[in-house]
Design a protein around this ligand. Structure first.
Ligand code: GLU
Length: 617
């Protein structure tokens, strides 16, 4: 995920300054490198580098471009292919430095296309997937000469997700914008200036009139005008409805949501869809490493640790081997006398910078040089990637809210995808069976979408109901203990309530003494192998006057009949879906925490005493 900004104008505007401000307003989408290209006297002038926008601006004066240039593109990157370096930062150019491209998304077939273009003599400078686009356009223009036609034919060859903005040194007034899956919006000041951007706030200071590009649409931007075409029917322009935006800039940055936390919960379906596309080669590599391992550890901190607990459960089902989960801060202390040679350590961190995790893996490598670190993080080029033998990058996109939400579901999904690769390699399940698990995983975004659509009022009602309870429990068995613990952590983080996620069976060894008439207990109850036993635990609390709130699947009957309130997750009640309930049940608890924070006047985006990246011990 990254931020694109562009404009073409016939006015005298400080276009470098406007582009710089535009990408600053998109910095929440990516912040590891940036660049600006401006078209001037049939040339492309490029400034780009790795680092934060403000630092680069101090070095390169990003706002200073010739005052009479009229076309500019800018980009703030969140690396997916190739580390954040100057060369990999956008824009990317063709062999003749005539065509410039900025890109948001991932081109899945870039390796094949790159080889094809290299065999035709194209020379690539970066490691990015993006760079194939300017070369493809260059190649197409050799036969055709028309920029629009060359872009359309290039796009037809690309698989994957993209928001693209393209300009050409010899087309002094044109930007071409095209999208599939990654957002792109065209803003317009009629007759004067046309903008394109990954998100509305980038051009909101200049215009409130815009067009939202749909998948497979291409827009030809000229100063103050725009035409739209379908990629697969590009001969005739199509009508599009103009939209008028009423939001303030602050609201627009949060996509109209009141807080980033809420926005990021609503982004979970798209984050999951992107993560589903992680290359099967890297998943398979992880699966092979785990299959050949004798001793496996999984380690993380905070939310990532609960993702690890859920993931360990899913992986062991298919791997048939024990995996020890250890909080990274305890890793060395607990293993100082016993870490085995050739141990495999799965390290998980949203930021890739969690200092306790870095120390754990550094120590493991020093103590047992033959140990292997395989890590999962959301940030390309982060510290953990430098200490790892193998890496998988989740595709949650930047997360601004301090409390992790969408990164959690993508971590669990990544571990689940590794588990299914293991199932395929081990052939312990029939192919049709494995496909049913894949179908269930592929259904998770839609389940969350349906849930979010229908349950907000119910969640708010429960929050009001729980308002006076300073403490209570989330109880669960089996894999759902991870969900209960993560739910409890979210409430502690954002709503400052000491709500504990606990094993339902273990709860009678202590916590049950807290139960009085009306004391709330929330049970996490997907219909898995623990369901009947959980009913027994539920009865223990109910018979002591506990008020039972349950999370169940839509067609649940037994626990529903025993509960005072149910939150119903719209998913089938079978084992294929139940094992992935840590993904589909958690949004309910994240929302509960979010609205509880509001109820108690806390800012959910800035929990007290917390930081997004924990770089102290
Ligand atoms: N895949 C491109 C890159 O790695 C774009 C990244 C993005 O959209 O986040 O540079």
């Amino acid at each position: 995920m990254c931020g694109i900004f562009g404009l073409t104008t016939n006015q005298n505007k400080p276009i470098g300054k406007i582009a710089l401000e535009g990408i600053k307003r998109l910095e929440y989408r990516g912040y590891d490198s940036c660049g600006i290209v401006c078209q001037y006297e049939s040339q492309l002038l490029v400034k780009k580098d790795a680092g934060k926008i403000e630092e680069i601006n101090k070095r390169l004066k990003l706002d200073e471009f010739p005052s009479d240039s009229k076309v500019v593109l800018a980009h703030t990157r969140w690396a997916t292919h190739g580390p954040p370096t100057k060369i990999n930062s956008h824009p990317h150019l063709d062999c003749n430095n005539k065509i410039a491209v900025v890109h948001n998304g991932i081109l899945e077939n870039f390796i094949e296309l790159k080889e094809e273009l290299q065999s035709k003599g194209h020379v690539f400078k970066s490691e990015t997937d993006t760079e194939i686009i300017p070369h493809l356009i260059e190649e197409n223009m050799k036969t055709n000469g028309d920029l629009k036609e060359a872009v359309v034919n290039a796009i037809k060859k690309c698989k994957g997700a993209y928001g693209l903005a393209i300009c050409h040194a010899d087309y002094p007034d044109t930007i071409i914008a095209v999208r599939r899956e990654s957002p792109l919006i065209v803003g317009i000041e009629e007759g004067e200036t046309t903008y394109c951007a990954s998100d509305i706030p980038a051009f909101l200071p200049y215009t409130r009139n815009c067009y939202i590009l749909e998948d497979d649409e291409i827009a030809i931007l000229k100063a103050g005008t725009v035409e739209f075409y379908d990629i697969y029917n590009s001969d005739f322009p199509k009508e599009k409805q103009i939209q008028h935006i009423e939001w303030s800039i602050d609201a627009a940055e949060k996509g109209g949501y009141e807080h980033f936390m809420l926005k990021e919960i609503y982004e979970e379906p798209s984050a999951l869809r992107r993560t589903m596309k992680i290359s099967s080669d890297s998943l398979k590599k992880f699966a092979e490493i785990l299959l050949s391992a004798e001793n496996i550890y999984i380690t993380a901190a905070g939310t990532s640790f609960y993702a690890a607990l859920a993931g360990k459960f899913i992986i062991t089902k298919f791997l048939g081997k024990y995996i020890e989960a250890i909080e990274c801060s305890e890793f060395k202390t607990q293993l100082i006398n016993s870490l085995e040679k050739n141990a495999i350590i799965i390290a998980i961190s949203q930021s890739g910078e969690t200092i306790d995790l870095i120390e754990a893996v550094r120590w493991a490598k020093k103590y047992q040089p033959s140990a292997r670190i395989i890590s999962i993080t959301n940030i390309v080029g982060s510290s953990i990637t430098r200490h790892s033998d193998n890496i998988i990058i989740t595709q949650a996109g930047p997360e601004i809210g301090v409390a992790a939400t969408k990164t959690y579901v993508t971590q669990v999904l990544t571990l689940a995808l590794i588990a299914l690769e293991i199932a395929k390699l081990r052939k312990i399940e029939k192919e049709e069976e494995i496909q049913k698990y894949y179908d269930a995983l592929r259904a998770t975004p839609e389940i969350i979408e349906n849930f979010l659509e229908k349950n907000i009022e119910l969640i708010k009602f429960i929050v009001r109901n729980l308002e006076k309870n300073l403490n209570f429990f989330f109880l669960a068995r089996g894999i759902s203990i991870a969900t209960a613990k993560e739910g409890g952590l979210k409430l502690k983080e954002v709503a400052c309530r000491f709500i504990e996620g606990y094993s339902a069976a273990h709860a009678k060894h202590g916590p049950i003494s807290l139960v009085r008439e009306g004391y709330p207990i929330i049970f996490i109850a997907p219909p898995d192998e623990t369901y009947e036993r959980l009913i027994g635990n539920l009865m223990e609390f109910k018979s002591r006057g506990g008020k039972i709130i349950s999370l169940v699947v839509e067609d649940d009957i037994k626990i529903t009949n025993l509960s005072d309130i149910t939150i119903r997750i719209p998913q089938p009640g079978d084992m294929y879906h139940s094992i992935f309930s840590p993904i589909t049940f958690i949004p309910a608890l994240q929302l509960l925490s979010y609205y509880a924070a509001l109820e108690h006047n806390f800012d959910p985006d800035k929990p007290l005493n917390l930081a997004k990246t924990v770089t102290v011990h």
